[in-house]
Ligand binder design. Sequence first.
Ligand SMILES: [Zn+2]
Length: 369
Amino acid sequence: MTPKTTLYMIEERATVEAAKAAFDGEFEKFDDQPTLNGEDAGALLSEVGTLRVRHTGKKSLLAEAKKLIGKVSPEQRGEFGQFVQSVERSIVERLDAAENRLKAAVLEAKTEAERIDVTIPGRRVKRGTLHPITIVRQRIEEIFVSMGYSIEDDREIETDYYNFDALNIPEGHPARESQDTFYTTDGFALRSQTSTVQIRAMERRGVPIRIIAPGKVFRRDTPDMTHVPMFHQIEGLCVDKGITMAHLKGTVTEWLKRLFGEDTVTRFRPSYFPFTEPSAEFDFSCFKCHGTGKLDGERCRPCKGSGWIELGGSGMVHPNVLKACGVDPTVYSGFAFGFGLERMAALMYSIDDIRHLFENDVRFLEQFG
Ligand SMILES: [Zn+2]
């Protein structure tokens, strides 16, 4: 019996064989694929798409072969149709299989790339450093806490009463002038000294009392190498029965010794402050030249060759201040002192312009701490 394939025209059959052969020729490399990286798989995937259009699209040999189905004789049509379909099915199946495999390879590569490797060392958070003002303040706080003082903090915006009246600074005193003090539009003052905390603390805690109050103060100064309109002070206050000037001198000398060394000496010069009586400014022997005024044969810079460094003001708390806080000055007495932290920091770190402290330049600030 003659095979059925010979029943229809050899030409039609040749077209289908040609379509199959053309596909086989181009598709061969997809049949045996090694493990692919994501990039190669992506490129091959788009190549499969191109092959699909070329071999199964409207202009493909296969499409041409399908058109022939209608042209063969009705009795040959069924068989020829099945032959075309089986070739088409095999082409489509192989394209689908290759496409699925490549898609899986692309996805796997993507997952691999996004996988978190927990064994890679983490990036360290860069640690900042303390501001020089903070460093100096903390060292001084530690010294006073070890001497039995507590640390007080209070508001920076004050009424005239706390900033001036209670501190025995009368109306008409130059410090009250608006060219020296910042006022809000409501008539409040930005405190011009931390002495306001003395009043607040005595009102709140009563006496006896031993406190230091570090904080910001504000004065209408034009910024230059040694002045800024906002700076920091530390205020000290000790009120008890029988407190004398000797306690003041002893306390100031002791904390300066602890900060700058055992050989540090102090001196007190008579002065005037409205809230203390008597009042004195205090100096200490230069920590660089140890009071000699000379460093390596040259004039010592921090003390300008004098051997002494002027630091702050002090005195015995004025009876009027005690009275303003409801403390009987015939029973209690006390001393107070205050000094600027910027000046301390500038001395300790040899900073020649205190404006650097507030410019927030990291290159400057990271040198400390
Ligand atoms: Zn010196």
